[in-house]
Design a protein around this ligand. Structure first.
Ligand SMILES: Nc1ncnc2c1ncn2[C@@H]1O[C@H](COP(=O)(O)OP(=O)(O)OP(=O)(O)O)[C@@H](O)[C@H]1O
Length: 327
């Protein structure tokens, strides 16, 4: 668990982070999102004491960070950087083993852990254990960086633009592999990004920063449908429709479907209610606009127009402060 209470940081009298407070629980991933210079990296680096706060309190797993040495604190925190931060003169296996060696694990345990992580991150150990970072592609280097951060199974993971240096295709695949890791279960994770789609795909919660202040912290739907202020509302303007469609599932909009939405044009391929509205609309390309949806209590056949109408009603209801979904 990570808790920040009224944290401030000034560099030479210039505020970089102002009165930031939030809490991240185990099993959740908080994304710090914002424009360049909004204070995301400074906030992240104060948690592992790479930067000391000017004032305020930071607690990691119930302990104030200044009550332990920076080294002890960092051993319990996996840290992933945009440019992977691998040691160029260490092999892949040696890079992954850095923290377990510091913790004085025995060699057999280190080897077993390294092999397990390399397999999970699609780096066959027989092929890659003994090579050096410079011999790897950017995506492979970033996988090694992730394996290294996870090696000692730390309860906390801090990630600063972890996929930022990768091309869009590699980025999407490494991100997907990362999210599928069972290693992440119960970890407390904070990730910095300025990629809005990435934030919505990965964040359990999103903290949107501007000029050193947290403008809003909440579930992705909350920022989208119940923005705290104009800055938050405007921040998502360009991508609003795609974010809305990707964030909401058919279950979410079901209560808002028009009464005449049902039709007899039953489709052989039935979508579960957990399908995102985005994927459902994509599906209508192959079904002449008609969808059959399994809402558990009933199978409902609807068309793309009723889906869009329900989305509009959902938005109006959320704007008035009441949806069936609690944020
Ligand atoms: N070591 C430093 N010395 C002086 N000013 C700094 C230092 N580190 C950061 N700053 C300033 O603090 C502010 C916040 O920077 P920070 O790197 O936290 O922003 P960011 O949101 O992470 O931006 P980016 O996405 O570009 O990394 C900026 O105005 C930056 O210039």
């Amino acid at each position: 668990m990570i808790k920040l209470e009224h944290v401030h940081k000034t560099f030479a009298n210039k505020p970089a982070v102002t009165d930031v407070s939030f809490e991240v629980l185990p099993g959740t991933l908080l994304v710090l999102l914002g424009t360049s210079g909004s204070g995301k990296t400074t906030t992240l680096r104060m948690i592992n004491r790479l930067i000391e706060p000017s004032s305020g309190q930071i607690t990691v797993n119930g302990k104030l960070i200044q009550d332990q040495s920076a080294e002890d604190l960092r051993r319990g925190i996996g840290y992933v950087l945009q440019n992977n931060g691998l040691f160029p003169h260490y092999t892949v296996a040696e890079n992954i083993a850095v923290v377990p060696r510091l913790l004085q694990w025995d060699e057999a345990r280190i080897r077993e852990r390294t092999v397990t992580l390399m397999k999970k991150l699609h780096l066959p150990p027989e092929e890659y254990s003994e090579v050096y970072p410079a011999q790897l592609s950017g995506g492979q280097q970033q996988r090694v960086g992730l394996a290294r951060a996870l090696a000692a199974d730390p309860p906390v993971l801090l990630m600063d633009e972890p996929f930022g240096a990768l091309d869009p295709v590699t980025r999407a695949s490494v991100r997907k592999e990362f999210m599928a890791l069972d290693e992440l279960e119960n970890k407390t994770i904070i990730m910095v990004t300025h990629d809005v789609q990435e934030a919505f795909e990965m964040g359990t919660r999103i903290g949107l920063m501007d000029e050193g202040r947290l403008q809003q912290t909440g579930a992705p739907e909350e920022l989208l449908f119940a923005p705290a202020n104009n800055f938050v509302a405007n921040f998502f303007r360009d991508q609003r429709l795609s974010l809305e469609l990707k964030t909401l599932t058919l279950n979410d909009i079901k209560p808002y479907l028009p009464p005449a939405a049902g039709s007899d044009n039953y489709q052989p391929h039935v979508l579960p209610g957990t399908t995102s509205c985005w994927d459902a609309l994509e599906q209508t390309m192959h079904t002449e606009g008609v969808l059959s949806v399994d809402f558990r209590t009933e199978v409902f056949t609807m068309d793309s127009r009723s889906l869009m109408t329900a989305l509009q009603v959902y938005k109006q209801t959320a704007a008035n402060g009441s949806t069936t979904k609690s944020f």
